[in-house]
Ligand binder design. Structure first.
Ligand SMILES: Nc1ncnc2c1ncn2[C@@H]1O[C@H](COP(=O)(O)OP(=O)(O)O)[C@@H](O)[C@H]1O
Ligand SMILES: [Mg+2]
Length: 249
């Protein structure tokens, strides 16, 4: 089992969209995948049309109160629903890890994908710290936009700190551009900068901006189902393939 976290400190960049599509892509390739909605906004669960009051959530899972259930989407694709109150309780750093290990002993998973909330990683045991403390890999979407790029300078040192202090098996696979408009000066400028100054910290795949992403979301489906030949559909598959290559699975 490999655990992959998707994180940014900023919202609206594409964490949830990427979680959903990597999950779909990996499961399509035959891997057994669990996606965890680790954000109180519950966007991943909403994407899968899981009811707001659905009782079997990540919170129950961590609290060990009674039963927990996964939502099964396909033979090999499972969702652990989010919870609006997930941030109300304090958990210890490795609690998520212990629970995932327990679950995996019964399920024998290939991938766990954790959709993290947009919060600064400040050193306290927040959800992002818990996710990264239990992960094998982490990726981070960015936009070719100044604040998003500057966010790198906040996020990257925090990830390095977590690797050093709490989880030396965690590997940062890289940033990748999302919502890309390929023919813009900004995108060219930022990719050139990324290539010349931080090549090792960027994945080569990027996801183009595509209205089908929103259309798919509206239908509660993935872009692979709604528009399999669209730009973002091709790009998400390419990202999934690059990640598999990186982690040598
Ligand atoms: N490649 C893309 N093309 C077009 N819209 C996108 C793309 N990726 C994400 N979006 C849209 O951007 C918004 C934010 O994406 P989301 O995945 O929810 O971000 P986050 O989880 O980081 O807050 C959503 O409305 C989503 O549909
Ligand atoms: Mg999100």
């Amino acid at each position: 089992m490999k655990i992959l976290s998707i994180i940014t400190e900023k919202g609206g960049v594409g964490k949830t969209t990427t979680s959903i599509h990597l999950g779909a892509s990996f499961s399509e390739m035959g891997y057994k995948v669990l996606q965890i909605d680790f954000d109180a906004q519950r966007n991943l669960s909403m994407g899968y049309r899981i009811d707001r009051d659905y009782p079997y959530t990540i919170k129950n899972f961590l609290d060990k109160t009674g039963d927990f259930r996964l939502t099964q989407k396909k033979d090999n694709l499972f969702i652990l629903a989010g919870d609006r109150n997930i941030e109300k309780d304090k958990y210890s750093r490795y609690e998520l890890k212990e629970r995932i290990d327990f679950l995996n002993s019964k399920m024998n998973l290939d991938f766990v994908i954790i959709d993290c909330p947009p919060r600064p990683l400040t050193g306290g045991v927040g959800l992002g710290e818990m996710a990264l403390s239990c992960s094998d890999y982490v990726i981070s979407p960015i936009e070719a936009e100044m604040y998003s790029i500057e966010g790198i300078n906040e996020l990257f040192p925090s990830i390095q700190r977590i690797i050093k202090e709490h989880n030396n098996k965690l590997k940062f696979l890289g940033f990748f551009f999302n919502k890309v408009l390929t023919n813009t000066r900004n995108f060219r400028e930022y990719t050139e900068k990324a290539n010349s100054q931080a090549r090792n910290y960027f994945l080569t795949s990027f996801i183009r901006q595509d209205v089908n992403v929103e259309n798919a979301k509206k239908e509660g489906k993935t872009i692979f189902q709604v528009a399999p030949h669209s730009r973002a559909s091709l790009d998400f598959n390419e990202l999934a393939t690059e990640i598999l290559k990186e982690i040598n699975i």
